[in-house]
Design a protein around this ligand. Structure first.
Ligand code: AKG
Ligand code: FE2
Length: 449
C-alpha cells in the first residue's frame, strides 16, 4: 500500500473544504476531525468517495420550478490567446479569469489555445478508427488487465469511476470504452529531462519494451493495423502537453505566485491521456414536455429539455479527476454533465448541468490533487457523461496533467492559499491509489498477495 510521508495530522475531507482565504464557501461542511494517527492515501480515497456520495444524494437534474436556465451556473469561456503575446500584463489578465473560474465552477473552456485544428481533428479521427476498425482480438491483446499502470484497451465494464455504480441494489454499467497511455519522453516536445518516473515510482525499463510496448509501459496498436495512429496521437499529445505547461504557469500567476513557481515540477510530468468512446444509444419515443420558452437555455449544447434524460445511459459515472487539471477535447455530441455545488438558485442543492459544446475549444477542469494542494481554494468539480438516446456516438480525449509523479509536494505559501490543512505527498502515489479504487472488486481481490 502506498502511504504518504507525513506527520500525524487530522485527515481533512479534501473535497468538503474551503480555504482560509478567497474560496467561495458554498455550504461546505468543516473538515472532519480524525482521532490522531497517521492518515493514509487510502483514507483520502475513502473521503473522496464519501464526498461524492453526499453530493449525489439529492442532486437536481432540472432547474427548480420558475428558475431560468440563464440564472444557473455555467462554464465560462476564456480566450487565452492574449497569454501568448509575450507580455506579463496579458498573462496576468488571463490568469485572473482562470482564478475566478477555479474559485467557483472549477470548470472553464479555452479558445485560442494554440493546439491546432488539424491535431484535434486527427486524434478524434484516430479514436473513431481505434474503436471501429481494430479487431476485437487485437483490442483484447492490449487489455489494461495486463498493465499495472492502467495502459491499453479498457472494455466498458472493467473499471467504475464511481465505485458505488458497480454495487448496491441497482448496479449501473458504464458504456464507455477507452484506450489509455501515459507520458513518454518520445512524446514530449522538450525531450524531457531523462528522469521520468512512473506512478509507482519505477523508472522506465528498456527490458519491458517490445514491438508494441514501450519502455514506460505504453501499449500501441501495430502500425500495420492502424497506419498513422501513433503519429496522430504523438502530434496531439505533444501540443496538449506544451499547452498544459503554459497553463500551469498561468495557474501559478493566478495564485499570486511567480509564474515559474511550478517549472521544476513539470520537467517529466505525469500525463495520462485516453481515447474514450461512448456508443450511440438507439432513439426512443418519448413524451416531450412543452417547456416555457423563458426557461430555455442560452447555452450551446443544452439538450436537457428534450425529455430524453430518463432514458439516458450512464456513459461514465460521476467522479472528480485526480491530477492537477484535465484538458478535455471532445467530439461535438453533448454528454458531459457537471454537478454544480449547492447555491440559492438551485434550492441549496447540487445541480447537474450540461457542459456547453463549443467547437474548437478545450474544456479545463481542476482536479483533486490541485484542489488539495491549494487547500481547497480551487474547486475540483464532480462530472459524468450521459449517453442520451438518439444523440449519436461521442468521442473524447481527456489529458490528465500532473506534476512529476516523484515530486514531493509541500504546501503552497500561506499568502496564496491560507494555512494548509493538507499533508505533503507524492503525486504518483496519490493518483495510483485513486486509479486502483476504480477497478472491479473481484479484480482487486485477485491481485491481493
Ligand atoms: O468523455 C468526457 O467527456 C469526459 C471524460 C472524463 O471526465 C474523464 O475521463 O475523466
Ligand atoms: Fe473526468
Amino acid at each position: 500500500m502506498a502511504t504518504s510521508t507525513m506527520s500525524p495530522q487530522p485527515v481533512p475531507d479534501p473535497l468538503s473544504m474551503h480555504a482560509a482565504s478567497g474560496a467561495s464557501s458554498s455550504s461546505v461542511p468543516p473538515p472532519p476531525t480524525a482521532p490522531g494517527g497517521t492518515p493514509s492515501i487510502l483514507e483520502e480515497v475513502a473521503a473522496a468517495q464519501r464526498h461524492l456520495r453526499s453530493r449525489l444524494a439529492g442532486a437536481l437534474t432540472k432547474p427548480p420550478p420558475g428558475v431560468a436556465v440563464a440564472a444557473l451556473p455555467s462554464v465560462p469561456l476564456i480566450d487565452i490567446g492574449p497569454s501568448f503575446d509575450g507580455t506579463l500584463e496579458s498573462r496576468k489578465q488571463v490568469a485572473s479569469q482562470i482564478r475566478e473560474a477555479c474559485l467557483t465552477t472549477g470548470f472553464f473552456q479555452i479558445s485560442n489555445h494554440g493546439v491546432s485544428a488539424a491535431a484535434m481533428a486527427g486524434v478524434l479521427k484516430q479514436a473513431e478508427r481505434f474503436f471501429h476498425e481494430l479487431s476485437e482480438p487485437k483490442k483484447q491483446a492490449m487489455h489494461i488487465k495486463h498493465s499495472a499502470l492502467f495502459r491499453g484497451y479498457e472494455p466498458h465494464d472493467y473499471t467504475y469511476v464511481n465505485p458505488d455504480d458497480m454495487a448496491g441494489a441497482a448496479p449501473q454499467q458504464e458504456t464507455k470504452e477507452g484506450f489509455n497511455w501515459g507520458y513518454e519522453e518520445a512524446l514530449d516536445p522538450t525531450g524531457g529531462d531523462g528522469a521520468y518516473v512512473e506512478l509507482d515510482g519505477s523508472r522506465p525499463s528498456a527490458a519491458g519494451a517490445t514491438a508494441t510496448t514501450t519502455a514506460n509501459g505504453n501499449v500501441w496498436p501495430a502500425e500495420e493495423d492502424l497506419p498513422g495512429f501513433h503519429a496522430a496521437i504523438a502530434t496531439y499529445y505533444g501540443q496538449v502537453l506544451q499547452l498544459a505547461r503554459h497553463l500551469f504557469r498561468l495557474f501559478a500567476l493566478s495564485l499570486g505566485l511567480d509564474e515559474t513557481y511550478f517549472d521544476g515540477l513539470m520537467t517529466h510530468p505525469g500525463g495520462i491521456a485516453r481515447l474514450l468512446y461512448y456508443a450511440a444509444q438507439p432513439a426512443v419515443e418519448v413524451e416531450v414536455e412543452v417547456e416555457d420558452e423563458s426557461k430555455k437555455g442560452a447555452d450551446e449544447g443544452e439538450g436537457d429539455t428534450d425529455g430524453h434524460e430518463e432514458a439516458a445511459k450512464l456513459g461514465l459515472g460521476a467522479h472528480t479527476d485526480y491530477e492537477c487539471f484535465t484538458l478535455l477535447l471532445s467530439s461535438t455530441n453533448p454528454g458531459l454533465e457537471i454537478l454544480f455545488p449547492p447555491s440559492a438558485v438551485s434550492d441549496n442543492k447540487p445541480i447537474w448541468r450540461p457542459c456547453p459544446v463549443r467547437p474548437g475549444t478545450l474544456t479545463v477542469n481542476v482536479a483533486d490533487f490541485l484542489m488539495r494542494w491549494t487547500n481547497g481554494l480551487y474547486k475540483s468539480t464532480i462530472h459524468r457523461v450521459m449517453s442520451k438516446p438518439g444523440a449519436g456516438e461521442r468521442y473524447s480525449v481527456p489529458f490528465f496533467f500532473s506534476i512529476n509523479y516523484d515530486g514531493e509536494v509541500a504546501p503552497l505559501p500561506e499568502r496564496s492559499v491560507g494555512e494548509s490543512l493538507f499533508v505533503p505527498l507524492k503525486a504518483g502515489e496519490y493518483i495510483l491509489e485513486r486509479l486502483k479504487a476504480t477497478k472491479l472488486l473481484e479484480e482487486r481481490e485477485k491481485e491481493k498477495p
